[in-house]
Ligand binder design. Structure first.
Ligand code: FES
Length: 352
């Protein structure tokens, strides 16, 4: 599932972020063709420890790239081993291992008006979405509302300015800086629900938007979602991807499920099934990983959705879920990294 990719370029975007480009060998071109908005899961061994992270692809998704390359945005996260490594040590020519692009925070280019509300590094997948949409669909327009701390900390300034130059009639940019006044644009301050509720109808025709793309820290995404609900936007038009969820104390301190010590898990992965006891306190992902190192995961934090699996039978409790939409959980999907058995037997299918 992982393939070696070589770093072909590293560009510093801000003091604490870089764009890393991976060269894609011709034989992996189809495998690594991405949809706008998807991310790349990478793994690397630092000091003998395997690190996995998912990073959104900022490059537009073009039909036939002459020079296939994947460019991702990486912002330094406090205590984030790979981002620290990427900023300080990763060099052109280094090799990392990457899974093919994945993720359901995507926009298939089509005619219509679209909007995004992003915070910080949440611009990364939305840059790919907007650039691809505007290049491929002449009857589409895009409004980008972005929130950053300061101009100096804003990622992809040039790329976004380029969209403005290229598509002056179809691309609208609104910038809010939370810690700095700017000459043009919105007054400084955070974009909270109340502010967005007043701002959005003044900026665009809310009811005419085909789709809303929300991406960034949990607080901003929840504020934007709340504002859109309040303005009557149907939930099916809202797509969201959350970056940087603070650890929620208490999630791991929950009482153990009585059954977890006696539960067994059957899981199917790549067409092969196995059955294992679930050790007390272990997630279903950890249980599978004991015997199947190819089980898919990246964040282990309920955010990236890489460990999504179909619950064939039994019941589970999820500690937290920032990745699956209600339609997915209603359809029976769970995050294996967050799931603990509630019934004595549980069956998961990672292939569905
Ligand atoms: S590994 Fe990221 S949500 Fe489970």
């Amino acid at each position: 599932m992982f393939h070696p990719l070589r770093v072909s370029a590293i560009e510093r975007l801000t003091d604490d972020s870089v764009a890393v480009t991976f060269a894609v060998p011709p034989k992996l071109r189809e495998t690594f063709r991405h949809k706008p908005g998807q991310h790349l899961n990478v793994r690397y061994t630092v000091d003998g420890e395997e690190i996995r992270r998912s990073y959104s692809i900022c490059a537009p998704a073009t039909e036939q790239p002459a020079d296939p390359a994947l460019r991702v945005g990486i912002r330094l996260v406090d205590g984030g081993a790979f981002s620290t490594y990427a900023l300080k040590e990763l060099a052109v020519g280094d090799q990392v291992e990457a899974m093919p692009p994945m993720g359901r925070f995507v926009l298939a280019p089509r005619a219509g008006q679209f909007a995004a509300i992003v915070g910080g590094s949440g611009i990364t997948p939305v840059l790919s979405i907007a650039a691809t949409l505007l290049a491929r669909e002449a009857d589409a327009s895009f409004c980008l509302i972005r929130s950053d701390r300061t101009a100096a900390s804003t990622m992809f300034l040039d790329e976004v300015a380029d969209l403005k130059d290229r598509y002056p009639d179809r691309f609208q940019l609104v910038t809010a800086l939370s810690r700095e006044e700017q000459q043009a644009g919105l007054p400084s301050g955070r974009l909270d629900r109340e502010r967005l509720t007043g701002l959005l109808p003044a900026l665009l025709s809310v009811a005419d938007m085909e789709g809303w793309y929300l991406c960034g820290p949990l607080g901003l995404v929840r504020a934007a979602e709340g504002a859109l609900h309040g303005l009557g936007v149907d939930r099916t038009r809202i797509h969201q991807e959350i970056f940087h969820v603070e650890d929620t104390p208490g999630a791991s301190a929950r009482p153990r499920d009585e059954n977890s010590a006696q539960s067994t898990l059957t899981a199917t992965l790549d067409g092969r099934s196995g059955t294992w006891p679930v050790q007390e306190g272990d997630s279903l992902l950890e249980t599978v990983l004991r015997s199947r190192s190819d089980a898919p995961y990246a964040c282990k934090g309920g955010v990236c959705g890489t460990c999504r699996a179909f619950l064939v039978s039994g019941e589970v409790r999820m500690d937290r879920n920032f990745a699956l939409e209600p339609e997915e959980t209603d359809a029976g999907y769970v995050l294996a990294c967050q799931s603990h058995p509630v019934t004595g037997e549980v069956e998961l299918d990672f292939d569905r």
